[in-house]
Design a protein around this ligand. Structure first.
Ligand SMILES: [Zn+2]
Length: 254
């Protein structure tokens, strides 16, 4: 770290639990963030500000006027442009230490799998089950920690699947893949603006802790947030021994 970095990250360095080593680890780490919507906006800004060395952001959508009520990384003059590019330029302006890669595309499962292998941590900030399951499969195969977030109406949830560990449950253990599953797409549902900020920020918090190696991870627990009542609810997660995704991958590796 040079003198400017020591100043920029001084409030991290002042934390006994954080310090220089954790900051160096952060500066040497790569986060893959899928989705630059409401969750991604908050997560990306905090990951960039905190000093993640490399951030890859993938989003195939363009900025729309209806996004700006909650997707705070984008600006009114970015309407019509790719979200990934808009997010990347906001992060670059915030912190020039961060090497940002913008992928202006909806990632195929194969592409997610390849990208996950290059990342130290993966943040699922997407808005549909097909992508969520593709990201989970990629993280199970590459054994990368997955920080998953979701928010709709006034309800949010956040969970960490630390797939580096043998006993860790995966997203599929929790949410089975059902082709008939009713998708609650943000495209048609209401979303309370600060809700996605809270959940996305929580995802950044867990990603930073995982990479910096500090504190106790949320791994193995699901947090549910009711924004109308301002209440958090915690659910313990267990691995499904018969899970089609992590069960098979682990049996093959053994
Ligand atoms: Zn599983």
């Amino acid at each position: 770290m040079d003198d400017t970095q020591r100043l920029r990250y001084s409030r991290h360095l002042l934390l006994n639990e954080f310090g220089e080593e954790a900051q160096e680890r952060l500066l040497g780490s790569h986060a893959l963030v899928i989705g630059a919507g409401g969750l991604g906006s908050a997560a990306l800004l905090y990951l960039a500000a905190s000093g993640f060395g490399r951030i890859t952001v993938a989003d195939g959508d363009s900025v729309d006027l209806t996004n700006l009520q909650r997707q705070v990384i984008h600006r009114t003059d970015s309407i019509g442009g790719p979200k990934a590019r808009s997010a990347a330029s906001a992060m670059a302006a915030l912190n020039p230490d961060v090497h940002v890669e913008a992928l202006e595309e909806r990632l195929s499962p194969e592409r997610v799998a390849r990208l996950a292998r290059t990342a130290d941590v993966v943040l699922d900030c997407s808005d549909n089950f097909a992508t969520r399951h593709a990201i989970n499969r990629a993280c199970v195969a590459a054994r990368r920690p997955l920080v998953s977030g979701a928010g709709i109406r006034f309800d949010g949830q956040v969970a960490v699947f630390d797939l580096r560990r043998d006993e860790a449950p995966c997203y599929h253990c929790l949410f089975a893949e059902d082709a008939q599953a009713q998708e609650e797409r943000c495209a048609t549902m209401g979303i309370f603006a600060p809700l996605v900020g809270i959940i996305g920020t929580f995802q950044a918090l867990e990603a930073i802790k995982l990479v910096a190696g500090i504190g106790e991870s949320l791994a193995g627990r699901l947090l549910l947030f009711d924004a109308l009542a301002s209440r958090w609810h915690e659910v313990r997660l267990a691995r499904d021994a018969h899970c089609r995704v992590c069960g098979t991958a682990r049996a093959a590796a053994a």
